[in-house]
Design a protein around this ligand. Sequence first.
Ligand SMILES: Cc1cc2nc3c(=O)[nH]c(=O)nc-3n(C[C@H](O)[C@H](O)[C@H](O)COP(=O)(O)O)c2cc1C
Length: 364
Amino acid sequence: MPTPIDPASPLQLGALELPNRLFVAPMAGVTDRPFRMLCKQLGAGYAVSEMVTSRKDLWHSLKTSRRANHEGETAPIAVQIAGTDAAMMAEAAAYNIDRGAQVIDINMGCPAKKVCNKWAGSALMQDEPLALQIVEAVVAACAPHGVPVTLKMRTGWSQQHKNAETLARAAEQAGVAMLTVHGRTREQGYKGQAEYDTIAAVKAAVRVPVVANGDITSPEKALAVLRHTGADAIMIGRAAQGRPWIFGDIAHYLATGQHRLAPRTTEAKTWLLAHLHDHYGLYGEFAGVRTARKHIGWAVRALPGGEAFRQHMNTLDTCNAQLQAVADFFDLLSVQHDRLPEAALVLDDADDAPAAHEAACSAH
Ligand SMILES: Cc1cc2nc3c(=O)[nH]c(=O)nc-3n(C[C@H](O)[C@H](O)[C@H](O)COP(=O)(O)O)c2cc1C
C-alpha cells in the first residue's frame, strides 16, 4: 500500500501552486463563487467552478454570467467547461480565460443525461476519439495563455467498459496537466459505492497528478482513499454541503491522527451568515433567498430541530427574514450546545442527486 501523500503539501499545476491537496468538487447549482470561497476559507486548497456551457448563445444568459463571475475569488480561478464539439469547447476555453480563468477543466464526469441538449459529460467517455479531439482542441486553445487543462472523468462508461486508464494515458499524451477520477461509472449515476481500484490504476498509469473523488465523507475515509489509490489529492463534493469545514477536519486528522473538535455553534452561525450575505450579493434578493434554502437546509439537517427549522425557513421570502431566522436558530442551539452536536452525515439521497444535478445542468 503506498504511503499517502501529505495533503497539506502544495501541489504544482502547470505554473500554479495549489496550497494543499484537499479540493472541493464542482457541483452545478452548489459550488458558486460564494460557496467556493467559503470552502477555500475553511481549508480547501482548490475549487473548480460549476460547469459553463460551450454554447456561445448561452454565454450572456444570467445563469452563465453568474457562473463566470469570479470577482474577489481567491486564485487560482478554475473553470469547468462542458460540451460535445471540439471547436466550441476550444472557444469556450478562450472565452473563460478572457474572463479570468487560470485553469480550464473539461467535464467528462457529469452523469446528467444531457448537457445543453446533447450528450456530454461522462457520455464522452464512450466516444474516445471525440473525447480526445476535445482535449487536444482545448489544450491548443489554452497553451498560448500558459493555462493548464485538467480533465474530470468517471471510471468508465459501464461496469464492462471501464476505460479511465486508457483515456487518462491518451489525455496525458495530449497535454492534460491533472486528472480527477470519480470512482463510479457513468451507468451508476450516484448509486452503489465508489470504487478506488480504478483510480489506483489511473494513478499508476500516468505521471501527471491524479485526484481521487467519490464518497469521501470523513477524515478516516480520506486517509483510506489516499492510501488505497496513491492519489496526489482528494476531491470532496456532497460531504462539504453544509459542512464546508470538512477540509480543515481532514487536514487536522491527517496531520495529527486526532479528530479536532466540532466547530463552536457561534462559529458555524458566523460562517453561514457571512455565506448568505455573499450569496445574496451574487443572486439578488429574489433568487438569492430561494437558492440559499438548500445551503441552509444542509447546514441544519443533522442538528436538533433542523428539519422543522428547514420547513419554516422555506416559507420566508426576504433576505432579512432568512438571516434573522438562521441567527435565531443557532443562538437557541448554542444555549445547550457550545459546539455543533456530532451527527451522522447523510449524503444527498442517491436518487435525488442526479435529479438535482440534471436540473442544475440543463437550464441556462
Ligand atoms: C448536485 C451535484 C452537481 C454536480 N455537478 C457537477 C458538475 O457540474 N461537473 C462535474 O464534473 N461533476 C459534477 N458533480 C459530481 C461531483 O463533482 C462529484 O464527482 C460527485 O458528487 C462525487 O463526489 P462526492 O461523493 O464527494 O459527492 C455534481 C454532483 C452533485 C451532487
